[in-house]
Design a protein around this ligand. Structure first.
Ligand code: CP
Length: 313
């Protein structure tokens, strides 16, 4: 079994293999071909301590399509609400035979701590990070990269995302998606620009990022891709107040703002969207520009690739 905890924990070869496999599964699904059940006999628990639609369901669909036995842990109805710790819950599922545990949690270091607890207790269960607080969401970054490669007709082994300019706008300081996308897109050769109000910008420029700015127009000038991020008000400190109307005016992905990008530029958003705040509906729903539903669709084949990596099959 192989853990998947972070983009930085993956080698270039593993990243290329995961993206190749995601794009291969995407073609197989579109062609309606037989998936042959390579994960038959694998027990997969999905343990989500934070709400999810896209990630939890795509991991469930992916596991079932590959023939795994998939159990979605009902956290709200579990002994978590009698005070059972995350560590004890993880060990309980491992003792029930979990081969793969897909885990979403809010605390920093939760994913690594779970990995260590499993090892110390002698379990071979693979942990897959399905989103850890504001720190990382590696499978979202992988599916976003696969979506871009499909849209730009690129391949992981050949040109990756080399030379593509990508602007990421929004609540960068709270975004696990931004953290993982920056790490992955930079490794794949993209030219990255980040834009947010000062209080939502990272305190230092992440590795591989070319530009950090509070100017939406500077960020979007001539880009190939504009990605908006969700305003994560649930993670805001009590003293951080952002006015949604003012935010849209200065930082929202509106048609006017998008006119600064290339005329062929694509639009992305990891979801869920706050329409009318970080992105306007006419942008999000424009079929010639928006890759948002393609991102959702690519979640299934990407997570199929991730589960095969985790199961080492
Ligand atoms: N993008 C993403 O992680 O969405 P969910 O929270 O719905 O899983």
């Amino acid at each position: 079994m192989n853990h998947l905890t972070d983009i930085d924990a993956l080698s270039d070869e593993q990243i290329n293999n995961l993206l190749d496999e995601a794009l291969r599964y995407d073609r197989i699904i579109r062609a309606g071909q037989d998936l042959k059940g390579p994960l038959a006999g694998i027990l997969q628990f999905n343990l989500f301590y934070e709400n999810s639609t896209r990630t939890s369901l795509s991991f469930e669909v992916a596991g079932k399509r590959l023939g795994a036995d998939v159990v979605a842990v009902p956290v709200a109805a579990s002994s978590v609400h009698k005070g059972e710790s995350l560590r004890d819950t993880v060990l309980t599922l491992a003792a029930q035979g979990a081969d793969i545990m897909v885990l979403r949690a809010s605390g920093a270091g939760t994913i690594d701590a779970s990995k260590v607890a499993l090892k110390e207790a002698g379990f071979g269960t693979a942990i897959v990070n399905a989103g850890e607080g504001a720190f990382g969401h590696p499978t979202q970054a992988l599916l976003d990269a696969a979506t871009l490669m499909s849209a730009f007709e690129r391949t992981p082994d050949d040109d990756g995302l080399r030379g593509l300019s990508i602007a990421i706008l929004g609540d960068l300081v709270h975004s696990r998606v931004a953290a993982s996308c920056c790490a992955l897109f930079a490794r794949l050769g993209a030219d990255l620009r980040l834009c947010a109000p000062q209080e939502l910008l990272p305190t230092s420029k992440p590795d591989g990022v070319g530009l950090v700015t509070t100017s939406r127009f500077e960020a979007l000038e001539g880009v190939d891709v504009a990605m908006a991020l969700r305003m994560q008000t649930e993670r805001f400190e009590a003293d951080l107040a952002i006015d949604p109307a003012g935010y849209r005016e200065d930082f929202g992905l509106t048609m006017d703002a998008l006119s600064f990008a290339k005329p062929t530029a694509f639009v992305m958003h990891p979801g869920p969207m706050n329409r009318g705040i970080e992105i306007d509906s006419d942008v999000a729903d424009d079929p010639s520009r928006s890759l948002i539903l393609q991102q959702v669709a690519m979640g299934v084949p990407t997570r199929m690739a991730v589960l095969r990596h985790a199961a080492n099959r």
